[in-house]
Design a protein around this ligand. Structure first.
Ligand code: RBV
Length: 425
């Protein structure tokens, strides 16, 4: 471990060179974020503001962090999952003098220690993926709250919890729900999760997807993306759901819908994408075929009940990186990927840079909105804010342009027509 107290703690600083190359590669695929960097490099709107971030330390996140720094911010960063840190990227950030506390394979105590380290510089802004940082501020460091202008949240589960906090009056500063932006969840959650989840499964198993019964638990944005991509590789996709409308959508996309109790008997690969705990439990493990592969792509590692799996197992051994074979008492084998943590980040590299480009442009612009609200004295309430339609359209517009596409725009007459309620057939 390489560490400088209060400045960084990463696995191995000598990985910095490799990390820099990886970050450069991501940067070359992230034109929206780099355009924002160019735009604010001179004016430095974040000058004098400190951002504490808790978000997967990946090559894409590094591009975001460097963009904040170029725009004048002071940052301090931790990863938001014990298995998602890319150690070479963490080393590269540390060697650039960015306070970073993250390494792959940390335990839960170390995870919270890292968050605590990032809070020592008394941030004005928090940036979360999964809300662990903002929960720590609220529960353990209420003394920091008067200093905080607001925060942003990257993912579905985090936003859900923050909305619950706001409803109970427990949220003590404004938060912007980056996840709920159209340019985030209709892209990152669908195509990002779809591709990176299969990437994680393939890297840790190298199995043939064609012809497999792939059971996807949850048909939200993420589950839909995973289902579509698995189908594209020739899998027979089965969806399990608890929400009637989502299940109905899955059937009309051509997927079979059934309960997990039924699916457990026939699945070859199980992927949880629900945001809820105990989706696969003891009785399901008892029904599974020999050789079944199970993994999770939801934010927390509680969707597959690993305590239950340990209860019914006879032995366990690692057979490949991120792939553990659980042998049952009756001799069947079940393969658990990435210890039930998000397989796309733990066993692969997370979502591709092109899609994180839009998610992180939303992060940047939302943090900027919080700073500007402070500068112009407009008071934001202690609630969860959505990002604006204008921001979504701006980000999508820049993305399209950088991809080389042009679109039409409405004429004055067409605009008038849309609002004209006297017009009929
Ligand atoms: N996620 N980040 C990456 N490559 O940096 N990949 C996925 C990356 C985010 C994604 O936005 C999702 O909402 C969150 O991880 C789940 O923790």
């Amino acid at each position: 471990m390489d560490a400088k107290p209060g400045i960084y703690k990463v696995k191995d600083l000598s990985l910095a060179k490799a990390g820099k190359l990886r970050i450069e590669w991501a940067e070359s695929r992230m034109p929206v974020l780099t355009a924002l960097r160019e735009k604010y490099r001179k004016s430095k709107p974040f000058k004098g503001f400190k951002i504490a971030g808790c978000l997967h330390v990946t090559k894409e996140t590094a591009v975001l962090v460097k963009t904040f720094v170029e725009a004048g911010a002071e940052v301090s960063w931790s990863g938001c999952n014990p298995l998602s840190t890319q150690d070479d990227v963490a080393a590269a950030l540390a060697s650039d003098g960015i306070p970073i506390f993250a390494w792959h394979g940390m335990n839960v105590e170390e995870f919270y220690w890292c968050i605590e380290e990032t809070l020592k510089f008394k941030p004005n802004l928090t940036l979360d993926d999964g809300a662990d940082l903002i929960f720590t501020v609220h529960k353990k460091h209420p003394e920091l709250i008067p200093n905080v202008i607001g925060g942003t949240e990257e993912t579905t589960t985090g936003v859900q919890r923050l909305r619950a906090m706001a409803k109970d009056g427990a949220l003590k500063y404004p938060v912007i729900a980056v996840n709920d932006a159209e340019t985030k969840w209709d892209f990152d959650n669908v195509y990002g999760t779809g591709q990176s989840t299969l990437d994680g499964i393939l890297r840790s198993t190298s199995v043939l997807m064609a012809g497999k019964n792939v059971v996807v638990a949850g048909f939200g944005h993420c589950g839909r993306g995973v289902s579509l991509r698995a189908k594209g590789l020739g899998a027979n996709v089965i969806v399990t759901e608890i929400k009637a409308t989502a299940a109905l959508k899955a059937t009309l996309e051509g997927f079979r819908v059934m309960t997990m109790d039924e699916a457990a008997k026939i699945g070859d690969i199980f992927i949880t994408a629900t945001g809820v705990k105990d989706v696969i439990v003891e009785r399901h493990f008892k029904l599974m075929r020999d050789g079944a592969i199970i993994c999770n792509t939801g934010h927390y590692d509680c969707e597959i009940n690993i305590g239950d799996l340990n209860k019914v197992k006879k032995s366990v051994r690692e057979v490949r990186a991120d792939n553990e074979e659980y042998r049952m008492k009756d001799g069947r084998r079940i393969y658990l990927l990435a210890k039930g943590r998000l397989v796309n980040l733990a066993a692969a590299e997370g979502h591709p840079s092109e899609v994180m480009d839009m998610s992180f442009a939303n992060q940047f612009m939302s943090q900027l909105r919080l700073v500007q609200s402070r500068k112009n004295g407009s008071r934001m309430e202690n609630k969860v804010y959505d990002i604006s339609t204008e921001q979504d359209q701006e980000i999508a517009g820049v993305k399209l342009r950088t991809m080389g596409y042009k679109i039409d725009s409405l004429t004055k007459e067409q605009l008038k027509y849309i609002d004209d309620y006297s017009a009929g057939t």
